[in-house]
Structures are given as C-alpha cells and as structure tokens.
Design a protein around this ligand. Structure first.
Ligand code: SF4
Ligand code: SF4
Ligand code: FES
Length: 250
C-alpha cells in the first residue's frame, strides 16, 4: 500500500455537515450556529462564503484574492488566528468550527474588524520608505548577498493580515504597543540601504510602546502564515536602538 493510500485509510475523509458557530454583531454580539455541507478540499473561507450565499446574506466578512496574497480573510478559527482562504477544513481538529473576528481590533460587524488602529501603528513606526530630499536618479544597486539585503528580505513578504497582531498578548495588555507587524516593517526598512529616515524611525520604535515592550514569547512568529519571524525583527530593532543609545545618539 502506498504512503498516501495508507494515510487515507487511517484518516478517512469526514462526511456530512459541519456545525459552524459564527460570531454575529459587534463586541456585544453572540454566536449563531449554521450547518454547512462538507466538500472536498473545502477551505474555511469556502464555509463562510457558503453561509453568506445560501443561508444569511447579511453575514459580514472580508476576502479578496483567495490565494494567500491580500491578507484580508484573517479571523479566529477555533480560537487561533488564521488566513481562512488557505486553511483547509479537514486540517482543523474537532467536528465543529468556531469562527470569530480577529482579537485586538475593534469589531465592525460579524467577522470584520476595523484595521485602522493596525495601520496607524505602521505610520507611527515609520513603516514607510523615506527617499530623502534628493534621491538619486539611478536605480540603487544592492548586492543580493549583502547582510542588509538578506535582513530586509527576511521580513519583506508581509501581507499585512494582522494575524500576528491578533496573536500578541502585549497588544492586548497595552493598546499603545506598536505590535509585531509594524515593528517587522520598521526593521525591514532599517535594513534598506536606500532609506534616509533611519534616525526618526529608530526613535519611533524605541519608546515605551516600541520594540523594548516585546516579551519575545513568539506567538506572532508561530502564527504568521507567511512564515516570517517578527520576533527576530524586533530583536534586531532592540539591538539597533541599544547600539544607538550606547553611541549617545538618542
Ligand atoms: S514576540 Fe513580541 S510581538 Fe511577538 S507575540 Fe510575543 S510580545 Fe508580541
Ligand atoms: S508579519 Fe505575518 S502575520 Fe504579521 S501581518 Fe505580516 S504576514 Fe501577517
Ligand atoms: S483572501 Fe487574500 S489572503 Fe485570503
């Protein structure tokens, strides 16, 4: 028997309907239960779409790309933050699904959250490219193997899904904390040798709500669907801000 056939025999496909508890309303809402037919290769986003198209057209949720690029479909699935377009139902343990909006962001309605506080923190962390007053006309030539280029590459594939932000307990405790995504973006830019905004950026990320508030418990890294490590990026910022303080340039 092939390895795939053996795996299928020991883990037969589940059939019948899935019982799905879905958060409805705002922060004072409640769960509503739906029954959705199981389908082969079904994703959690397929389940939500099925409910919205066939049972309750008022259900609010977000998605755009369905292929893991836009970051808009994130929500809590059985208590864990996930990108639902790439999360297969048959990989979720248990017979029921419990779907809630992301943690640490205001609920707009049902499964949608207000992303404004998340992106405001990208601004506060100077998570945008600063070309300087007189940027060169020519393209910059950056050696692919340079340390800075590899450090920048490590965090650049962020799709701003806010899964890490939802997973971070420090964000829950301190609503001012910039959070893993904004800090990961800031570290990516610290390593961008073309950028001319480094002093202001390092100041922005070194305050009470910045990188030194991170407890390094790695929930962000555990749940990031792109396999990034905001924890490592934040450690880089801690080193960079500490080195600057040692040099007396705070
Ligand atoms: S490592 Fe830092 S940013 Fe990541 S979840 Fe923990 S406290 Fe939050
Ligand atoms: S670092 Fe990962 S989890 Fe956080 S916003 Fe970017 S892609 Fe999403
Ligand atoms: S819909 Fe775009 S990442 Fe899921």
């Amino acid at each position: 028997m092939s390895r795939n056939a053996a795996a299928a025999a020991s883990n037969p496909p589940r059939t019948g309907a899935i019982s799905v508890k879905v958060w409805r309303g705002d922060a004072n809402g409640a769960f509503q239960t739906f029954s959705v037919p199981r389908r082969e290769h079904q994703t959690v986003l397929d389940v939500v779409t099925d409910i919205q198209r066939t049972q309750d057209s008022t259900l609010a949720y977000r998605y755009a790309c369905r292929v893991g690029m836009c970051g808009s479909c994130a929500m809590l699935v059985n208590g864990q933050p996930r990108w639902t377009c790439r999360t297969r139902v048959d990989r979720i343990k248990g017979e029921t699904l419990k779907l809630e909006p992301l943690r640490n962001l205001p609920i707009v309605k049902d499964l949608t959250v207000d992303m404004a506080p998340f992106f405001d923190k990208w601004q506060r962390a100077h998570g945008y490219f600063e070309p300087g007053e007189n940027p060169p006309d020519d393209f910059a030539s950056i050696a692919p193997q340079s340390a800075e280029r590899r450090q920048a590459d490590a965090g650049i594939e962020c799709i701003s899904c806010a899964i890490c932000y939802s997973a971070c307990d420090v964000v829950s405790w301190n609503e001012d904390y910039l959070g893993p995504a904004a800090l990961n973006r800031a570290w990516t830019l610290v390593n961008d040798v073309r950028d001319r905004g480094q002093p202001e950026r390092l100041t922005a990320v070194s305050g009470d709500a910045g990188c030194h508030s991170c407890h390094s418990h790695m929930s962000c890294t555990t749940f990031c669907p792109k396999g990034l490590s905001p924890t490592a990026s934040i450690a880089g910022l801690k080193r960079a801000t500490a080195a600057r303080a040692w040099r007396g340039r705070r």
